[in-house]
Ligand binder design. Structure first.
Ligand code: GLC
Length: 447
């Protein structure tokens, strides 16, 4: 590291690196803990992993039809018109991204769902989409939903900073249906309600039967995989050899060693003691973790010693993962860290903090992908394609490399059997595919 860095700063960074580093042995413990939680979750016992049966299996590749898909993620709503040709090929006819206004993430359910309906209305108008042609709507809702059937399910609890009232415990497909009716779009029939991980996996395995894990590494993080009926002890009566895709909701995994910054972040969050893994790995939280470290260092007079603290570190969540990526790419002035307010040593140290925080995220993500693969195929007898969506994985410099390196570290030479495949718009396209997959025809009793 650069000689301009003072010994005190160097020592702080060295101990930070120690604090955040998860070595191979610890990763193995994380994997063992994760398997234990998977087992309990599938048996319906107390677990930080919800292991939610999605009520669909992977597509055959022969599904066909024209669908509208609406994808509510963490920061955007995407509306897509998708054509499935019945021969493993999906075409995006049109797509539009709408940013979710922050005030809607803390407002009422009716306002949020009216906004979604409004986006669909705008999509029809702006892309000259023939309203007569589209009847089937697939809804990707990227939050933990207790699925009731293939096209209905109740929101268990909000994640990713959402706190919209009147939605938890309700059927979100029904809420969308009501909003569509209020907005003169009652002609749309909701045929699927899907988590983004399930959509991503469906999109990949529609094109390539080797696809068997769907992972999101974006604003939030989560994964899904196909499980045999006989292992889903909490859903008796399934075909023992048949499969159902399980939405793990791994963001809530909590058998992890946390540090002082993790605890500070959790304490100030609106979902305390929930989403422990998500708070260590996903794009929504990485910047805040780095900011909390920086704030502490400023207090200890290790950074910006005789300068005004830049705005990006002053407000909660002001340091986003995009801004961290700019710093990592060597463009600190783009985020307000120019020569006028940051010394070269400040910039170097902040870059190092971003690296340390993101490396832990990448290693945890890699470790847990390895955990899911081992769960499905302990000896790695087959090849596996992991479909990954999310801007952290796609855009953050070095993130993909640390996931890949960790897979190699854990699985050794056999990791060559694993392919990580970035998939764009998979969650929306995949929801359309789920809409076309014949429902497994199982319903859960209403409580
Ligand atoms: C959060 C949600 C989960 C989603 C993930 C990625 O963890 O709870 O359902 O899949 O974010 O968007």
């Amino acid at each position: 590291m650069n000689k301009e860095i003072s010994p005190a700063l160097r020592d702080f960074l060295a101990s930070l690196e120690q604090l955040f580093f998860i070595d191979q042995k610890e990763l193995e413990e994380v994997i063992a803990g994760f398997h234990g939680e998977m087992r309990s979750g599938l048996a319906g016992k107390k677990s930080s992993l919800k292991m939610i049966p999605s009520f669909v299996k992977r597509p055959a590749g022969t599904e066909k039809g024209d669908f509208l898909a609406v994808d509510l993620g963490g920061t955007n709503i995407r509306v897509l018109a998708v054509r499935l040709d019945g021969n493993r090929h999906a075409t995006l006819i049109a797509a539009h991204r709408f940013a979710i206004p922050t005030k809607l993430t803390g407002g009422t359910g009716a306002r949020l769902f009216d906004f979604i309906a409004g986006c669909i209305g705008q999509f029809f108008a702006q892309h000259q989409i023939d309203r007569q042609h589209y009847h089937d709507l697939a809804f990707t809702f990227s939050f933990p939903v207790e699925q009731i059937a293939v096209a209905s399910g109740r929101l268990i609890s909000w994640t990713k900073g959402f706190s919209v009232t009147g939605v938890e415990g309700r059927d979100v497909a029904a809420l969308l249906r009501e909003a569509l009716a209020r907005n003169q779009m009652g002609f749309l029939n909701i045929v699927a309600l899907t988590n983004d991980t399930v959509g991503t996996l469906a999109a990949q395995s529609y094109a390539d039967p080797a696809g068997d894990i769907g992972v999101i590494l974006g604003t939030g993080t989560n994964a899904c995989y196909p499980e045999k009926g006989k292992n889903i002890k909490k859903l008796p009566g399934l075909d023992p050899a048949g499969e159902i895709i399980i939405n793990i909701e791994w963001g809530n995994f909590n058998k992890l060693k946390t540090n002082i910054y993790d605890r500070l972040l959790d304490r100030a969050s609106n979902n305390r003691q929930q989403q422990q893994l998500e708070k260590m790995v996903s794009g929504m939280y990485l910047g805040e973790l780095a900011r909390l470290i920086i704030v502490r260092m400023i207090k200890q007079r290790l950074l910006f010693t005789d300068k005004k603290v830049p705005e990006v570190f002053q407000k909660k969540y002001a340091l986003t993962a995009e801004k961290m990526a700019q710093i990592a790419q060597g463009n600190p002035s783009r985020v307000g860290l120019g020569p006028q307010n940051a010394s070269p040593a400040d910039v170097l140290a902040i870059r190092e903090i971003c690296r340390i925080v993101t490396l832990r995220a990448g290693r945890l993500a890699g470790g847990l992908i390895a955990a899911v693969i081992r769960w499905m195929d302990n000896d790695l007898a087959s090849s596996h394609t992991v479909a990954v969506d999310g801007s952290l994985f796609e855009k953050y410099p070095g993130f993909r490399d640390s996931v890949t390196a960790t897979l190699q570290e854990i699985l050794g030479a056999r990791s060559s059997k694993i392919r990580l495949k970035t998939i764009k718009d998979g969650s929306g396209i995949g929801a359309a595919i789920v809409g076309a997959v014949a429902s497994l025809n199982i319903t859960r009793r209403q409580p």
